[in-house]
Design a protein around this ligand. Structure first.
Ligand SMILES: NC(=O)c1ccc[n+]([C@@H]2O[C@H](COP(=O)([O-])OP(=O)(O)OC[C@H]3O[C@@H](n4cnc5c(N)ncnc54)[C@H](OP(=O)(O)O)[C@@H]3O)[C@@H](O)[C@H]2O)c1
Length: 245
């Protein structure tokens, strides 16, 4: 079975690891190329965009792909739409791994917003010290609220994308545990956390830490993803594939 996994997530790597070395599968993992030093892959990797749904459809046909797995991040909406469109056009069965969203628990103080512009607005007028843990790509939205002090954590450097007077940057890759997150928040004097509702365990530590410290979290809701067959994790995808072989 020729399998293409659209990745950039721990689920994609976990599924690749589960099928690597299985003679029943010929697997390629696809990455967008956003991180210079991506996590090591147990299967061959291709890097870079396909050129929209058209390009992905051409790749599916040219590579004679039998099954497509959309294991992209919950906030990567465009590639998922392209995957659904390309798979439909070429007639390749598609399964999505849709990681469950986090839900607020006892003691959480979440302010849920629709997007990064709304998150910047929700910080309010009064200057606050903000932990921005939203990745690198959308930090520019917070230039609209330059009165705040920002502590930005991302895997890749953010360059000059957030031109505000009070900025501290931290480059680090998860997983991050709750105790270390709480220590960082205390040391940096964090008053509010901004997070995407990414779901999963690797970055949940900041949510637990904010709960523990009684800090509010501005939680950005997920964008819509296409309907279609989905499972919550790599194990579910593996079961689907094994049923198909
Ligand atoms: N957004 C996040 O918060 C986030 C967090 C962690 C990891 N990631 C990962 O980072 C990558 C990019 O995310 P994004 O939010 O920029 O996605 P996006 O907005 O949905 O996609 C933008 C474009 O990037 C290319 N692309 C995205 N994922 C790809 C993949 N797995 N393989 C090949 N090309 C891909 C596609 O280009 P073409 O149209 O040219 O094919 C797509 O149209 C994804 O792999 C995602 O899983 C994203």
């Amino acid at each position: 079975m020729r399998l293409l996994i659209l990745g950039g997530t721990t689920e994609a790597t976990a599924l690749a690891r589960a099928v690597a070395g299985d003679e029943g599968f010929a697997v390629t993992l696809s990455l967008a190329g956003r991180t210079r030093d991506p996590a090591a892959s147990p299967v061959p990797v291709r890097v870079g965009g396909f050129g929209g749904a058209d390009g992905l459809a051409r790749t599916l046909a040219a590579e004679r792909i039998d099954r497509l797995i959309d294991a992209t991040h919950p906030f990567a909406a465009r590639i998922s739409a392209n995957a659904a469109e390309a798979a439909r056009r070429v007639g390749v069965p598609l399964l999505a791994i849709r990681r469950p969203a986090w839900t607020p628990g006892e003691g959480d103080r979440w302010i849920e917003v629709a997007d990064m512009a709304a998150a910047a607005g929700a910080l309010g007028e009064r200057p606050r010290t903000v932990f921005l843990t939203i990745g690198r790509q959308e930090v520019a939205a917070f230039a609209a609220a330059p009165q705040h002090t920002y502590v930005v954590r991302s895997i890749e450097p953010i360059g000059d994308t957030l031109p505000v007077p009070n900025l501290r940057t931290i480059e680090a890759r998860g997983p991050f545990d709750a105790a270390a997150e709480a220590a960082l928040m205390r040391e940096a004097g964090i008053e509010v956390v901004v997070s995407k509702n990414a779901g999963g365990a690797a970055t949940f530590g900041k949510i637990l830490a904010a709960r523990h410290l009684g800090l509010p979290v501005i939680m950005v809701r997920r964008p819509a993803k296409p309907d279609g067959p989905s499972v919550p994790d790599a194990e579910g995808a593996l079961a689907w594939l094994r049923a198909e072989v």
